[in-house]
Design a protein around this ligand. Structure first.
Ligand code: PLP
Length: 399
């Protein structure tokens, strides 16, 4: 016991020295533009609840109704004790929303990535990942045992180089190998977009497959918020569409959309689906209600509000890395301590913005990650800007 304690103390001390120690802030209110922490109300710019649906009456009502009919828990894996109706209703709604043949839902987006990639790829296959893809895709790729190639972020030349090697030299030796590119459409920590059309052209040219993680685009980009692949007209050429139900869709869970064959295969072989108790039916019902809102006039209005807020924030100051095509505004500060200090200074002004550090982003690229939602008002943005100014945070304000 003493050696265990000593070891953990030492490891955490090293972690602290590097300014990487994290802690949880207990929140005593629902997600929204304002949250309560320790009895104080903070203006919240930390949530991925982009459409402001997490606390929406329609989602809460749908969840409550599902609890009344189907109970609090799902009992077992859907393959074991029967598959509750809310999951089927949700998957039908998702497939219709994403205009794919079928959809399969998982407990989280993380579980969707792990289950899907490991079910499809093994040691002779090649996965080619954008350098900035989410940790769950990196974990999945490693666990699958496939050969990994990482291309520089959004760098089509580097991607093509990797594709040429995989589809040439490597495939000559291993004719049965499969090659897949994995990218996000909107990147989670930078808020920038992938050149999806060009990536699709490259994967077709070299006979590879493509998986696109739309975690930060689903619900807010494209017609009805279907995502960026839809907006660019390349959705039909993408083998695997992935996303989460926990961000713009305000609920919880992950999804894979694609062909009926893909879904049948994953239902049989994705271990995070097969060997895991189904999520609570309330989450599925809430996610389905969110999809209906995303497709409605209300959803359209919410997207308009969201991008109005993004424009307001971007118009007043020029960030090192300006993005206007997503709800994520990263303020890159570099030094880890600087990022946590800046976040603390904002909290002192009752503004809650997370400091994002390694291993979520590369070392020395720590940042404040500001996320906007449809539920923010123009006044909220003005307050954020004024708090940033008062904190003396170095982001080039126009003179
Ligand atoms: C959040 C996120 C996930 C994981 O989804 P969860 O439902 O939160 O597990 C996957 N990919 C990206 C890009 C994400 O940002």
């Amino acid at each position: 016991m003493t050696s265990f304690t000593a070891e953990l103390e030492q490891r955490l001390a090293r972690w602290r020295e590097q300014n990487l120690f994290r802690e949880l802030f207990r929140v005593d209110s629902a997600q929204g533009p304002r949250i309560e922490i320790g009895g104080t109300i903070y203006l919240n710019f930390s949530s991925n609840d982009y459409l402001g649906l997490a606390d929406h009456p329609a989602l809460k009502h749908a969840a409550q109704k599902a609890i009344e009919t189907f109970g609090a828990g799902a009992g077992a894996s859907r393959l074991i004790c029967g598959s509750l109706a809310p999951f089927h209703d949700l998957e039908d709604a998702l497939a219709a929303f994403k205009q794919t043949e079928a959809a399969l839902t998982f407990a989280t987006g993380h579980a969707a990535a792990l289950g899907t990639i490991c079910a499809l790829f093994g040691k002779d296959d090649i996965l080619i990942l954008d350098k900035l893809v989410h940790a769950c895709i990196v974990d999945a790729a490693r666990l699958s045992g496939a050969k990994l190639r990482i291309y520089d972020h959004n760098d089509l030349n580097d991607l093509e180089e990797k594709l040429k090697w995989a589809a040439g030299k490597y495939r000559d030796q291993k004719p049965a190998c499969q090659i897949m590119i994995v990218t996000e459409s909107v990147f989670s920590m930078d808020g920038d977009r992938a050149p999806l059309r060009e990536i699709v052209a490259l994967k077709e040219k070299h006979g590879a497959w493509l998986m696109v993680d739309e975690a930060h685009a689903t619900g807010i980009i494209g017609q009805h918020g279907r995502g960026m692949a839809d907006e660019l007209g390349v959705a039909k050429q993408i083998e695997i569409h992935m996303g989460t139900l926990g961000k713009a869709l305000g609920a919880s869970g992950g999804y894979i959309c694609g062909s009926r064959l893909l879904v049948d295969y994953l239902m049989n072989r994705a271990r995070s689906f097969v060997f895991s108790t189904a999520p609570v039916p309330a989450a599925a019902a809430a996610a389905k209600a969110a999809i209906l809102i995303a497709k409605s006039a209300e959803g359209e209005q919410r997207r308009k509000n969201l991008f109005q807020r993004v424009a307001e924030l971007n118009s007043v100051f020029k960030l090192e890395k300006t993005t206007s095509g997503s709800a994520i505004v990263p303020l890159i500060l570099g030094d880890e301590k600087k990022a946590t200090d800046c976040a603390a200074r904002l909290r002192a002004q009752k503004v809650f913005v997370p400091a994002i550090r390694y291993p979520t982003v590369a070392r020395n690229s720590a940042r404040l990650r500001i996320t906007l939602t449809a539920a923010h008002s123009a006044v909220d943005i003005a307050e954020l800007i004024s708090a940033l100014k008062i904190s003396g945070i170095q982001c080039q304000f126009p003179t």
